[in-house]
Design a protein around this ligand. Structure first.
Ligand code: PLP
Length: 358
């Protein structure tokens, strides 16, 4: 079976097999990871290794904290302004779709939000060129969503924020391509696509941005509190952190982020080629340069065939292809753990389906 879910999404088989082998007795400890004290020697080793592996994978420079927090990426929509907006007039946001809209809505509860560019005019089918953004050099930060999971739109560039801290929701393309962390003030990513089980969110934050939370910020929502306690202020999500650690080790074995990026490019290339060479049977509305390598969103020529497509695909073991209700059509999510065989199977099926129904 090949699972094209947008998240929670497929995880590397080898990781799940290792977790299964460890389930009752982690490394001779006699305990499942779920049963361990988070302050015990065993779990301290697990979280330490996870952090070091992630730092190595992303070449995180000195001066950045890596935090393993709870509440998913959605909680970051509030934590970011609560921690970075105090004492500033406003924050800049780029609106490229569903997830940026939610981030904007939440931030507006805590201060003034300036939408510097929006792709709503063309149905969120592209990334606005940075030349037209109306950025404020005094903004508290500049926020963008590097990959819109629902719209299938991905930034092909890292914005230049000048001296303003750059903040990115990288939930659905984290660890999928090389990025220069030094360009960012803060990166956050919900785990359930390229990292591990849902609920966990990874935050990478530049240390000079800590300690500025608004008065009244709940203790649990203050980055400084978690940074001071090395993500151990309270009981962290131990099992998701353990699985994330296994995923990071797996990624290192795959040639790291660079290896993954090549693999992801190949997969996305196959799928987009199948769409664009189908004589219009399949189509994508997303501008070519901004097509997501993670979430391939496409339509069938005849919407009436959507259900048949999904049902026939399922019979072949190709599941979770129905698009998000907001945009309709189909969506194939091909995160890091989706093997190329899955994409080839999908492409083969699409060709046959088009032949039969075209
Ligand atoms: N941001 C993006 C880009 C997402 O794709 C998602 C969820 O799919 C979220 C934020 C919200 O994540 P969570 O459900 O972990 O809060």
């Amino acid at each position: 079976l090949f699972n094209f879910s947008a998240g929670p999404a497929v995880l590397p088989h080898a990781v799940l097999a290792e977790a299964q082998a460890d389930m009752l007795d982690w490394h001779g400890s006699g305990m499942s990871v779920m049963e361990m004290s988070h302050r015990g020697r065993e779990f301290m080793e697990i979280i330490h290794d996870a952090e070091q592996d992630l730092r190595q994978l992303m070449a995180v420079p000195a001066g950045y904290k890596v935090l393993f927090l709870q509440g998913g990426a959605s909680q970051q929509f509030a934590m970011v302004p609560m921690n970075l907006l105090a004492g500033k007039t406003s924050a800049d946001y780029v609106n490229t779709g569903h997830w940026s809209k939610l981030a904007i809505k939440e931030a507006s509860r805590f201060g003034k939000v300036n939408v510097v560019a929006s792709a709503e005019d063309r149905g969120f089918s592209y990334v606005p060129d940075q030349g037209v953004w109306q950025c404020d050099p005094e903004a508290a930060y500049l926020h963008y969503t590097s990959n819109e999971t629902i719209g299938g739109v991905q930034f092909p560039f890292v914005p230049d924020a000048g001296k303003v801290p750059l903040v990115c929701d990288m939930s659905s393309d984290f660890l999928s391509r090389e990025i220069d962390v030094a360009k960012f003030g803060l990166i956050y990513a919900g785990a359930q696509k390229n990292i591990g089980p849902s609920g966990l969110v990874v935050v990478i934050v530049r240390e000079d941005l800590l300690g500025q939370a608004m008065p009244g910020t709940p203790t649990m929502l203050d980055y400084q509190v978690h940074a001071n306690a090395d993500s151990m202020y309270n009981t962290p999500p131990t099992y998701p952190i353990y699985i994330a650690g296994l995923v990071f080790k797996w990624l290192k074995e795959q040639g790291g982020v660079k290896g993954m990026a090549a693999h992801n490019g190949e997969k996305a290339g196959l799928l987009y080629h199948a769409i664009t060479s189908s004589n219009g049977f399949y189509s994508t509305h997303v501008a070519e340069a901004d097509r997501s390598q993670m979430n391939v969103v496409f339509r069938l020529k005849d919407e009436a065939l959507d259900e048949v497509f999904v049902a026939e695909a399922k019979k072949r073991g190709l599941v979770q292809l129905k698009g998000h209700r907001v945009v309709g059509g189909m969506r194939a999510s091909i995160y890091n753990a989706m093997p190329i065989e899955g994409v080839k199977a999908l492409v083969g099926f699409m060709g046959e389906f088009a032949h039969q129904h075209g």
